[in-house]
Design a protein around this ligand. Structure first.
Ligand SMILES: Nc1ncnc2c1ncn2[C@@H]1O[C@H](COP(=O)(O)OP(=O)(O)OP(=O)(O)O)[C@@H](O)[C@H]1O
Length: 244
């Protein structure tokens, strides 16, 4: 079984008299160590998918397994425990707590785990080191740049050593240069720490860093080929991109 498996998952919402079904009987498998990016028009159900995989929301029908655990079977309280130990979430805006330092923000999810104070400290230090912010541990969010804040958000997502990290538009509110730095960081965490990632993005360039690219279209997942820019002197008259 893959690390993340969705089988026949459907999810609808009621909006007045209208029923919206962003996900209609979808299947998806993500292997351990994969970095999957997901694009798709607005309102197609990308965030809904992340919320279901992370157990924040419930499926209407179908099953979701993460590392062999059928999370769609878990009670609300078991799901909260499972999430704390197995799932990291990176938000578009980092959602850091302003009155806590970078260290304390990263430490927060570990307070839900049974760890000794030494283990907890080691995990927080390692997570901050992994995102290159050891020297900013005692800074408050307002003392950090946007990119540094997002790095703290990423450290917080990986500090519990989750089975899978989901990211909802992690570069969505950053300038181009900072966005590129965050893309490089996510790619490095995936390759070097073997963290399995599922990232939703509207940014075609960010989507390219993934090892597998999906498009959510009309309620179904479509695999996308890698798009590579062709140097101008090799560009055929008909276009500037090619697939491999
Ligand atoms: N809690 C909710 N109650 C009612 N409708 C909802 C709820 N959550 C999502 N929806 C609807 O479900 C559809 C899919 O929403 P979702 O946020 O998953 O789309 P998305 O692909 O992530 O969009 P975007 O790219 O704009 O973030 C939308 O029509 C949205 O309005």
């Amino acid at each position: 079984m893959a690390l993340v498996e969705l089988r026949g998952v459907s999810k609808s919402f009621q909006k007045g008299d209208e029923t919206i079904t962003p996900l209609d009987d979808v299947d998806l498998s993500i292997e351990q160590g994969e970095f999957v990016s997901l694009m798709g028009p607005s309102g197609t159900g990308k965030s809904t998918l992340l919320n279901l995989v992370s157990g924040i929301d419930r499926v209407d029908s179908g099953t979701i397994f993460v590392d062999g655990t059928e999370i769609t079977e878990l009670s609300r309280s078991k799901l909260a425990d499972w999430r704390a130990a197995n799932l990291g979430y990176i938000f578009q805006t980092h959602n850091l707590i302003p009155v806590l330092t970078a260290y304390e923000n990263v430490e927060l999810p570990t307070l839900l785990l049974k760890l000794s104070s030494t283990e907890r400290r080691q995990r927080v230090e390692l997570a901050l080191e992994a995102v290159g912010l050891s020297d900013r541990a005692e800074h408050y969010p307002r003392q950090l740049s946007g990119g540094q804040e997002q790095r703290v958000g990423i450290a917080r997502a990986i500090v519990s050593h989750p089975k899978v990290v989901v990211a909802d538009e992690p570069t969505g509110s950053l300038d181009t240069e900072t966005s590129e730095q965050i893309q490089v960081l996510l790619q490095r965490l995936n390759k070097e720490l073997n963290i399995t990632m599922l990232m939703v993005t509207h940014d075609a360039e960010a989507a390219e860093i993934a090892s597998r690219r999906l498009l959510l279209q009309n309620g179904k997942f479509v695999e996308r080929e890698k798009t590579v820019l062709v140097p101008e002197d090799q560009t055929p008259a008909s276009g500037s991109v090619a697939t491999q």
